[in-house]
Design a protein around this ligand. Structure first.
Ligand SMILES: [Zn+2]
Length: 467
């Protein structure tokens, strides 16, 4: 930032006669803070020289206003001059009065008033009278919110000032408030009602600068130490008087912190307390089995669950028939939003799906199990085995059933009843062969969605001719 482009002798001070410089100013209200802090910086520096507003009807010695700055941010006459002036660049008419710019313009006015007092430019990185101000090396604001680095008139300059005008140098504080501190809140109190959210109640402070607010923060922890990420970070109007935790949180101890702050973030000591944060319960979903879809190997289901939550399903991959614990290892998981197609994959002919509704904060409802059972394939309708002498093979007709596959196994000897328990059905009823003599073909309908999921077995005896 460029104060101005004055050139001259650094050593020489062009001293005003007398102990006052009368001034008039036409700076708009938004830069009043900056100008007043600049005038005060000089008026409280301990020298026998003060800037005073000109009395009504009298001609001022100094005129402060927007004006030509030769391309810099400010410009001023040096020392006693018939028409002494301080100009602020007209670019500042539209500039926002952020904390940083307010402080910068204040420092700029202090610099320009330094010229009026009689100083030329000097060297020194953070000196007031350097031509180009290095905001990187000399920060304008303090680390503490709402404070600024206010020792604008550096020590060497202060010495030259009292040397020229007399008096006793008074160094400004290092750090100053931008706005005054608000008064403390009246009767602030966090309360945790059993089974309900934490509330904060207070009355507005007796006095607070404009745009002061209540800054309320919540974060997880059993102490209020450190600076972890906030779950809640809100600004509340001073007069609101009450705040209720929206508490879509995960419960457990949390630090609740409230502080009245001015618009720049400075305030008296915060109110801090550790309380268990209310966990808004999530209602369990309601679920019902829908149609079994053997073609797609999945179940449809119907469900209703509360708005603002997701429906989450768990199925054990190792043992689909048993109901898994929510989030247990080895579970298959599916998440459904409102409007999702509702189905779960069939991992076994018998399956237990465990459902929960879950809030965005990760709070789960009680688990709701849903038992699903694929219908067992029906008994096949089987014809009489037919021999084809050309190929020396057999076939047997099986009435088709949608989604199911007829399977067969041939064993030598007469048919046994009941059918053997260890049938694996490696053959097709359309094409099978046998050893000479009596044999039995066992036929079933299989659902190939699952391994070894067969319906009741129908047997047909036949006799393979000798070769
Ligand atoms: Zn200058």
């Amino acid at each position: 930032m460029v104060a101005d482009r004055r050139r001259g002798s650094a050593a020489h001070v062009r001293r005003w006669p007398g102990h006052t410089i009368t001034y008039t100013e036409s700076i708009p209200a938004k830069w009043d803070w900056s100008l007043q802090r600049a005038l005060t910086a000089w008026n409280t520096a301990g020298g026998h020289l003060s800037f005073v507003p000109v009395k009504k009807g009298r001609r001022p010695q100094l005129v402060i206003g927007f004006g030509d700055t030769h391309g810099a941010d400010g410009y001023a006459s040096i020392g006693p001059a018939p028409h002494a002036f301080v100009h602020l660049s007209p670019g500042y008419r539209k500039a926002p009065d952020t904390a940083g710019l307010k402080v910068w313009v204040g420092r700029l006015f202090t610099h320009e008033l330094g010229h009026v007092v009689g100083f030329e430019h000097t060297a020194g990185t953070c000196s007031l009278m350097v031509a180009v101000f290095d905001t990187g090396a000399c920060p304008l604001l303090d680390d503490q919110p709402g404070y600024y680095a206010c020792r604008w008139i550096d020590k060497p300059l202060l010495k030259r000032f009292v040397g020229a005008y007399g008096g006793k140098a008074r160094q400004a504080a290092k750090s100053c408030l931008i706005d005054p501190l608000p008064d403390q809140l009246v009767g602030p109190q966090f309360t945790a009602a059993p089974g309900g959210p934490v509330t904060f109640r207070w009355s507005a402070p007796p006095s607070a600068p404009p745009r002061s607010k209540v800054h309320l923060e919540v974060w997880p922890g059993s102490t209020c130490a450190g600076d972890p990420p906030r779950d809640v970070d809100v600004q509340l109007p001073l007069g609101a008087g009450t705040w209720t935790d929206p508490s879509d949180g995960t419960g457990g101890p949390h630090c609740f912190r409230a502080q009245v702050v001015n618009q720049y973030g400075a305030g008296p000591a915060p109110v801090v307390t550790v309380l268990d944060r209310f966990q808004r319960p999530v209602a369990p979903p309601s679920v019902a089995a829908g149609a079994w879809n053997p073609d797609e190997g999945r179940w449809a289901f119907t469900a209703s669950w509360s708005a603002d939550t997701l429906l989450v399903a768990y199925i054990s991959t190792a043992d689909p028939a048993s109901c898994p614990a929510v989030e247990a290892a080895g579970t298959f998981q599916m998440t459904f939003g409102h409007g999702s197609a509702l189905f779960v994959p069939a991992l076994g002919p018998e399956e237990c799906v465990v459902f929960v509704a879950r809030s965005a904060a990760g709070v789960s409802s009680a688990a709701v199990p849903l038992h699903l059972q694929a219908p067992r394939p029906p008994a096949p309708v089987v014809g009489t085995p037919v021999y084809d002498a050309g190929t020396d093979t057999w076939s047997v007709s099986v009435a088709p059933v949608a989604g199911l596959t007829p399977v067969a196994e041939v064993r030598a000897g007469a048919c046994s009843s009941p059918a053997p328990a260890n049938l694996t059905f490696p053959e097709s009823p359309d094409f099978f062969s046998a050893s000479p003599g009596p044999s039995c073909v066992y036929v079933a309908l299989a659902d190939f969605t699952f391994a070894a999921w067969f319906g009741p077995v129908v047997s047909r005896g036949f006799t393979q001719p000798s070769a």
